[in-house]
Each structure stands twice: as structure tokens, then as C-alpha cells.
Design a protein around this ligand. Structure first.
Ligand SMILES: Cc1cc2nc3c(=O)[nH]c(=O)nc-3n(C[C@H](O)[C@H](O)[C@H](O)COP(=O)(O)O)c2cc1C
Length: 409
């Protein structure tokens, strides 16, 4: 379950041209299962209407301190919230927050709030860099307010600078990270590998595979949702997948680089989830120059094995006693169960996630997956067809149980 499900989020919107992006954020939060109460400043109402937010959230939009039930409204909204996010936050609202002013429903609610407060500034570069704004930001930071962005880029004025509000998807990622922080994996370090590897033949050609990286990225997000510190080791992916907010990302190309990164990170990890499709073989010889068809007959493709990362992890784990839990993936086109069972035992895994890549709705590139979870002792748990996000949540739920039971090794 994602950490936004059933959470009460107060979304404050102030008078910036970026207010239109707050509608997208309200929609994304609602779709993720949160109950979203929107408060518009008077300035925000110049840019966007309460009706827009009421339509997107299915809840009343609040605009005034002087609403009928206002004497308890700000306290109710502020104290009942799991998180307050102000996006966009103008220079003016920032200044009021820093001074503790409470002359509108938004700033009054911020004073009453006892929950985490996240602020996404949006303003022209000059306004953002002004010492007054910087001092206000510093005051808020010292008080524990999280400042999101701003980003560098083109602003409505036509100028380019630091002051653009972060994109709603990024703000959503920060909210998710904050709400997940106290989850059952808090204090645990999870390493996830994702994508395929590329094994060079010459400076322009390489051998690779069909891995899209989607399942690995979903696993990283699911681990973050449960409060883990996440290291994501990424090989080649089909598209430029956005890094889950909060994950520490290492990019690699070859199986050797993947092995180096994973083994290094595993020295202080509690969990390894090896979702990457690592090449089993690589060209024995890598040419320094491009192989030219005019000069050569087709060269024979001689291959040699790469390092088996999970075997190397098993060896290191015997010495170091960590990671406590190691999860492998088996992508098979035949004899799925037998091959996965064999890999589970040979590589001394805590669990293996097996998927039949010959099915059109599972495995590489698609957004869905149908997997079997195999555990030592012949335990086989088939999961129905799910999105890769749902598979990731199911795998992580199992990881939590393995850690709690201490049955990881
Ligand atoms: C067209 C227009 C765009 C504006 N955009 C911004 C902005 O992006 N950031 C900002 O800090 N102020 C911006 N302002 C100024 C604020 O709207 C103004 O300071 C207002 O008092 C903010 O009040 P509020 O923070 O209570 O919403 C803009 C004003 C106008 C007229």
C-alpha cells in the first residue's frame, strides 16, 4: 500500500502563476488515495478557481478565514492533517510563514499544524535570491520545514533562473518519502539493482537484453514507501525512468561495473534485491576501434562468463553476515519453477521472484507482471497478474517479514 492511502493532506496554494500546476498535484494526491483539503490564498484565487480543486479532490476548497465554521476550521485542518504542503509558495507567503503571521486561512493553518510542513517556492530568480527571501527560507529550514526546490529553468517572465516550482510529480515524490519515513523499513538500507547491462564489442556496439528497468524502479519506490534508505544501481533502461525521490542512484553499464557497485553497497546493506538483468556472458575481446565491414570478414563472436553477482554476494555474506535478506529474480522462458528453485538453492537466496517471460503480459518492457515467490523449504506463493508497482509492494511486504523473522539467511 502506498503511504498516501487514506492520509489527510492540506494543500496550500498561494498567488503565483505556477498555481495551475497545483491542480495537477491535487489530482495526483487524490488518485494516490489521499484526502486532500485545499486552501487558496486571495492571491491564488486570481489565478485559479476553488471549483477546479473541488472538482479534482471531491472536497470543499477553503478560501477564507471568515467562513461560517472558521473559528475551528484552521485548527481542525491544521491539527487533523498528516502533512501540509504549500505549492506554489510565493515570496510573500514565505515571509509570513517565517514571521508567524496569520492573517489568512493558509498561514493560520500553518501555525496550527503539528504535522510535517513542505514548501515549494515559486518566484522570479531575483526574488528568490533576494537576501530577505533567503533569510526567510533559512528561518523555516531551522524550524524543520522542508524546502522543495526551486528548480532552474524558464519562468513566466521569460527570464531563466532559479525559481521555478518543482514539477508536481517531484513534489508528490517528496510527500511520499516524508509520509513513508516511519515505515517498517525505517533505519534499514535496501540495495536494488535495475535494468540490463551492456557488454561492449567495440566502441559503438554492445550486447544487451530486453530489461526495461521498470520492475527494479518500482521495487526501489516500494522500499522508500516503507521508510528504507534506498540505493538504486541502474544499468540500461528502455526509457529515461525518473529516479524515485529519495533513492541514491548509481549508474553502470557493464556486468563488471554492476558487480563492483552492488558488492560495495552490500557491505553495509540489510537487504539486496537483485532485479537487474545482468549479462551472463560478455565478448572475450573488446576492440579498441570500430570493426569495419570494408576491411574485415564478420568476426567470430567469442564469449566468456561474467561475474555471477549473486554467487559473489553469497560468498561475501558468509564472511560479513550481511545483507540479512537477499532476493533474486529468475526470468525464464521454460521450466520456470524448476530453474527458479535451483537458483534459490545454489545462490543461497532468502527468496526468489520468478517470472515467465514467454507470457505477453508479464516480464520485460510491459507494465504488468505475473510472478511466483519462492522461499526456502519449497514454499511457493503464486501472485495474480499485477502492475509492477503492486508486485513490488508484495515483494517488499515479504522482505519485511523475512527481516522480522530473522529468516533471511
Ligand atoms: C501575474 C502575476 C504573477 C505572480 N507570480 C508570482 C510568483 O510566481 N511568485 C511570487 O512570489 N509572487 C508572484 N506574484 C506576486 C504575488 O501574487 C503577490 O506578492 C501576492 O501578494 C501574494 O499573496 P499570497 O502569497 O497571499 O498569495 C505574482 C503577481 C502577478 C500579478
Amino acid at each position: 500500500m502506498n503511504p498516501l492511502q487514506g492520509k489527510r493532506i492540506v494543500l496550500g496554494v498561494s498567488g503565483s502563476i505556477a498555481a495551475y500546476k497545483a491542480a495537477d498535484l491535487a489530482s495526483k494526491l487524490t488518485q494516490a488515495g489521499a484526502l486532500v483539503d485545499v486552501i487558496l490564498s486571495e492571491g491564488a484565487e486570481r489565478f485559479i478557481t476553488p471549483l477546479t480543486f473541488a472538482s479534482l479532490t471531491g472536497r470543499k476548497t477553503h478560501t477564507s478565514l471568515w467562513e461560517d465554521d472558521a473559528h475551528v476550521l484552521h485548527v481542525g485542518l491544521g491539527e487533523g492533517a498528516d502533512l501540509l504542503v504549500i505549492a506554489p509558495c510565493t515570496a510573500h507567503t514565505l515571509a509570513k510563514l517565517a514571521q508567524g503571521q496569520a492573517d489568512n486561512l493558509l498561514t493560520l493553518t500553518a501555525l496550527a499544524a503539528r504535522c510535517p510542513v513542505l514548501v515549494a517556492p515559486a518566484m522570479d530568480g531575483g526574488m528568490f535570491e533576494h537576501p530577505a527571501t533567503q533569510a526567510n527560507l533559512e528561518t523555516l529550514r531551522r524550524r524543520g520545514v522542508q524546502i522543495l526546490g526551486p528548480a532552474q529553468g524558464r519562468m513566466a517572465s521569460g527570464l531563466v533562473g532559479l525559481g521555478r516550482m518543482l514539477e508536481p510529480a517531484e513534489i508528490l515524490g517528496h510527500i511520499r518519502l516524508t509520509l513513508g519515513r516511519a515505515g517498517p523499513l525505517a533505519g534499514k538500507h535496501v540495495v536494488v539493482s535495475a535494468g540490463g547491462t551492456q557488454e561492449p564489442l567495440d566502441p559503438v556496439r554492445y550486447l544487451t537484453n530486453r530489461s526495461s528497468g521498470k520492475q527494479g524502479f518500482a521495487l526501489a519506490q516500494a522500499a522508500l514507501d516503507l521508510g528504507a534508505r534506498v540505493s538504486l544501481v541502474v544499468g540500461a533502461t528502455a526509457a529515461a525512468l525518473p529516479t524515485p525521490i529519495g533513492a541514491e542512484r548509481t549508474d553502470v553499464e557493464t556486468a563488471a561495473q554492476m558487480a563492483e557497485a552492488v558488492l560495495r553497497l552490500c557491505q553495509e546493506a540489510d537487504v539486496l534485491i537483485m532485479a537487474a538483468a545482468v549479462a551472463d556472458f560478455r565478448p572475450r575481446q573488446v576492440r579498441a576501434h570500430k570493426i569495419k565491414k570494408e576491411r574485415e570478414t564478420p568476426p567470430p563472436l567469442e564469449l566468456e562468463p561474467t561475474t555471477d553477482i549473486l554467487l559473489a554476494v553469497a560468498e561475501a555474506r558468509r564472511r560479513l553476515g550481511r545483507p540479512a535478506v537477499v532476493v533474486g529474480f529468475a526470468a525464464e522462458s521454460e521450466q520456470l519453477l524448476a530453474n527458479a528453485q535451483d537458483k534459490l538453492e545454489r545462490k543461497n537466496l532468502s527468496m526468489i521472484v520468478a517470472n515467465d517471460i514467454s507470457a505477453p503480459d508479464a516480464g520485460f518492457a510491459v507494465d504488468t507482471n505475473r510472478v511466483l515467490l519462492l522461499l526456502p523449504g519449497g514454499v511457493v506463493e503464486p501472485l495474480p497478474l499485477m502492475t509492477k508497482g503492486e508486485v513490488a509492494a508484495a515483494v517488499l511486504a515479504r522482505v519485511v517479514r523475512l527481516l522480522v523473522e530473522g529468516a533471511g539467511s
